[in-house]
Design a protein around this ligand. Structure first.
Ligand code: SF4
Length: 428
């Protein structure tokens, strides 16, 4: 059963041999600077087996004093810097961040909630985004010109977002145009609408803005797909195949009409016949955190905890979503736990830091992660209090480090795709 210690504390106990729990990598107990060595890599954690694109950002350069400070010292320095900066800074913390970071966040939420929260703090000159790279890009796109968005560790990317790059999506698009043409049908629907998940680069959001497409989150994916089908005969959905498949299946679309597209292969590895009846073309991307959940884990939870309520995130594989009781976004999961009025046992399939926090916040319930192995998101875990203290103290000294800037030529069409999402309304 889940303890109420933080994920980092659990990992430290496992690494020192004081706990019988298991972790996917004992290296998680080390400071992330051990992996910020000049060579791109996701580091230990759920994405450690994924192939990182050449040229991905590396961090490096964290001054020694932040590596050797105790946690107590780092927390005191973060608090002091925050006090000095006052309203000039806002700290955003994603649900999947470690507790040692979340305790300093002004807002806690999913990527889009946090970008919107930043918009509500126009007096803040600096937005410190404790999350991953695509989230900081979205915050930069949506924030005011005078605001600077800072990612405390530049190596905090996202393996799923990296699975679809602008060149391979553009190649795919050209092949689809050759196949389907560009003329609308008699109902005015174009052959294909591109839909990108929020978990994608700014370049792909811009691509959608320029090609009549739209962005979705895990909360509004069905609404966005309905929007797309009003305007298009089919959808190209990237980068997460699972969110696309689970959402489209729940809307009644057959999985047979959802071919998988492998980037850089002719026709994405499909035949022309495969693509002729396609309703949703799914990019072959996935989240390595949510891919860890299995039907066997659900069966075990049901056997050991009769009456357990199993809730999983829609980035999980279809068989896992089908075997669960409910599925929904991080916000859905949080609200479902908060709304339970009777003591309930929850088995949850999402990132372990969030599950652990829910367990600590709701001692009236029994809450545990479906995956028994302690395996956080590799890149979310790259944000350590040492980096947060560093970027804040540099701000106090008048220096902006690790700023994330999206060029306006990309930001403008990306904003169009994001605004389409905000304007999309659920069907009655
Ligand atoms: S949890 Fe998955 S989608 Fe989210 S940042 Fe980590 S790898 Fe990316």
């Amino acid at each position: 059963m889940t303890s109420t210690a933080s994920v980092n504390d659990r990992i430290q106990l496992i690494a020192s041999g004081k706990s019988e729990e298991s972790t996917c990598s004992p290296s998680l107990a080390k400071g992330p600077w051990e992996f910020d060595t000049g060579t791109p890599g996701y580091g230990p954690g759920a994405s450690m087996g994924d192939v990182i694109p050449t040229g991905s950002p590396v961090q490096g350069g964290l001054p020694e004093e932040y590596k050797t400070a105790t946690n107590e010292e780092l927390h005191a320095r973060i608090r002091a810097a925050k006090d000095t900066l006052g309203d000039r800074v806002v700290i955003l913390g994603h649900f999947y961040q470690r507790d040692e970071i979340v305790q300093h966040a002004d807002y806690l939420g999913d990527s889009f909630q946090l970008a919107v929260a930043a918009k509500g703090r126009p007096e803040a000159e600096a937005i410190v985004f404790c999350g991953v790279h695509f989230m900081a890009e979205t915050a930069d796109i949506l924030s005011s010109d005078h605001q600077k968005v800072i990612l405390p560790n530049l190596a905090a990317g996202c393996s799923m977002a990296d699975m679809a790059d602008i060149d391979s999506v553009t190649q795919c698009w050209e092949q689809l145009e050759d196949l389907y043409g560009t003329e609308p049908d008699e109902q005015g629907r174009v052959p294909v609408i591109p839909v990108t998940y929020m978990n994608s680069s700014a370049a792909l959001k811009g691509f959608c803005g320029e090609h009549g497409g739209i962005v979705c989150t895990s909360s509004n994916a069905a609404t966005v797909l309905e929007w797309a089908f009003e305007r298009g005969q089919r959808v190209l959905f990237f980068p997460d195949q699972h969110l696309g498949r689970n959402t489209a299946k729940a809307m009644g679309i057959s999985v047979d009409d959802m071919p998988l597209w492998w980037g850089r292969k002719p026709l994405g590895g499909n035949t022309q016949a495969d693509l002729e009846n396609a309703k949703v073309i799914l990019w072959n991307g996935f989240c390595s955190v949510h891919k860890r959940f299995t039907v066997d884990q659900i069966d075990k939870a049901r056997a050991e905890h009769p009456g357990v309520r199993v809730i999983v995130h829609p980035e999980s594989p279809m068989a896992v979503v089908d075997a669960s009781d409910e599925y929904g976004s991080t916000d859905y999961i949080r609200k479902a736990v908060e709304a339970a009025t009777e003591p309930t046992t929850f088995a949850i399939g999402t990132e372990i830091n969030m599950v652990q926090r829910l367990a600590a916040q709701h001692p009236e319930h029994t809450i545990f992660c479906l995956d028994p192995v302690v395996c956080p998101c590799s890149t979310m875990y790259r944000i350590h209090p040492g980096y947060l203290a560093w970027v804040l103290e540099r701000l106090v000294a008048g220096e902006v480090v690790n700023q994330i800037v999206v060029d306006e030529s990309v930001a403008e069409p990306a904003r169009v795709a994001l605004e389409r999402m905000l304007a999309a309304k659920p069907a009655n």
